[in-house]
Design a binder for this molecule. Structure first.
Ligand SMILES: [Zn+2]
Length: 465
């Protein structure tokens, strides 16, 4: 658009700015009243002043030359292509009230109607990024609260912090729609990090965690309930981090800010006849490409030893070092100890401690021997034998430690809690797969520091559409 540099326009602009300022100062004086400063209810005052300041700003925006008087979005008789492929005709200018970061704002925009498909639209809404009756800044706020707390709490926070009245159902709809956009953006944008920014050693953790879902999402699925039914669906999580930092004892620890997450309710199983990778393998590959895992000088993959984890590791990164997450293995030993001795028996603790030490020392033979002694009477011990035999190459902890590798960071475990559990596993929650995936995508983007990049791409996309 041509820049207005004529003196008259500049004068009007200055006059408006001055009037605004004077108006606000007067308002504040009125709100302050004549009381002594000490007698003021400051909280009430700041809230009232903020509300008024935003209101004045909203009114000023509505009156701006460039805003509601700009009718370049349509001239009489104009036509525009409709989404259906036919042409829509200009009807008139229509005003609509939108919820914005400044409060309610009324905009006038050109309205088009398509006789072929009988639908109407306002091109300017799309250009400005207006969704339904919400401005982009409000949608962003909804994304922030909806990915962090329940939709109901989010509705309350928006009211308390931003003075917005948005019912929880709308928070849910908007956050899930935004999350679906984030998920789509994640699938289509894999910008690899420059090689100079890749840490010498990168770690990739894989894990799964069940989230409660609605009954219709479980039809025909086998689960862990006694009758064979399921209550949850498994979210699979891929975490990538570096651990160049050392603690006081020289043990490698996770570098602050180096963790990224990508997760979804996806299958990790590729059928034998199918040459294609599983959905989740594709996700792992995207995340690894983004982070430069495939280009790191040294790569390690950590997991709890569920078979799908090593299948993906072998399929995508056959040369990476496979490490059984020591945290998970120790948890398993605790579980076996309780199964052998009974959960309350002090011997269970002793047994676990002894075999934790053997595990740290890489003495897998002694663990297998101890399990064999109990295998007749204890199902968990019997199953444990197979587990330690199958995964012993992934438990060469003394060797891994000598190489300066992390073997039990808790990052993967914490990742499941932080990225998934804290938001999606609260009591009383029953997700749809679509809704859960959307909120997970939103959470992963925010926790991985990628929300801003997404937002910039979103804004550009809307401009060209
Ligand atoms: Zn149409």
């Amino acid at each position: 658009m041509r820049r207005r540099t004529v003196p008259a326009a500049r004068l009007r602009k200055t006059a408006l700015a001055e009037a605004l300022q004077v108006g606000l100062v007067e308002e504040i004086q009125n709100l302050l009243g004549v009381e002594a400063i000490e007698d003021l209810d400051f909280e009430a005052l700041e809230t009232a002043v903020r509300h008024r300041a935003l209101q004045i700003a909203a009114r000023a925006l509505e009156q701006q030359q460039r805003f509601n008087s700009d009718t370049s979005d349509a001239a009489s008789g104009a036509q525009r292509p409709c989404a259906c492929g036919q042409m829509a005709r200009y009807v008139d200018r229509r005003s609509k009230c939108f919820q914005t970061a400044l409060g309610d704002l009324t905009l006038e925009r050109a309205y088009y109607h398509c006789p072929a498909c009988q639908s109407g639209f306002c091109p300017r809404d799309r250009a400005l990024g207006l969704d339904g009756s919400l401005s982009p800044a409000v949608v962003r706020m909804i994304g922030a609260v909806g990915s962090t707390v329940s939709f109901e709490d989010g509705s309350g926070l928006l009211n308390e912090l931003a003075g917005l009245h948005i019912v929880s159902k709308q928070v849910e709809r908007t956050a899930e729609a935004l999350g679906a956009e984030v998920a789509e953006d994640e699938r289509s944008h894999v910008d690899p990090v420059p090689s100079s920014e890749i840490a010498p050693t990168l770690y990739l953790g894989l894990d799964g965690t069940g989230i409660p879902v609605r009954p219709k999402e479980l039809e025909g699925r086998r689960g862990k309930q006694e009758d064979g039914s399921a209550k949850t669906r498994e979210v699979k999580l891929c975490t990538i981090w570096s651990a160049e930092s050392r603690d006081e004892e020289g043990v490698p620890i996770r570098d602050k800010g180096s963790v990224t997450y990508s997760a979804a309710i996806e299958s990790a199983a590729a059928s034998d006849t199918d040459a294609q990778r599983s959905e989740f393998a594709e996700r792992v590959l995207r995340e690894a490409t983004r982070r430069g895992f495939d280009r790191a000088a040294r790569r390690a993959i950590l997991g709890d030893c569920a078979p799908w984890i090593w299948n993906i590791a072998a399929e995508l990164f056959p040369s990476a070092t496979q490490i059984a997450d020591r945290y998970h293995v120790k948890e398993r030993l605790c579980m076996i100890a309780k199964a052998i001795h009974g959960p309350a028996d002090p011997q269970a603790k002793q047994w676990a401690k002894l075999h934790h030490d053997q595990l740290d020392a890489g003495d897998i033979d002694s663990i297998i021997q101890a399990l064999t002694e109990h295998s007749q009477n204890c199902e968990e011990a019997r199953k444990g034998i197979g587990f330690f035999q199958t995964n012993r190459q992934r438990m060469r902890y003394p060797e891994f430690h000598a190489q300066g590798l992390c073997t039990s960071t808790g990052v993967v475990e914490a990742g499941c809690k932080v990225a998934i559990g804290e938001r999606l596993k609260q009591s009383g929650m029953h997700w749809t797969v679509r809704g859960a995936d959307a909120i997970i995508a939103l959470r992963c983007a925010r926790l991985s520091g990628r929300f801003e990049d997404f937002w910039e791409r979103r804004s550009v996309r809307r401009k060209v559409a």
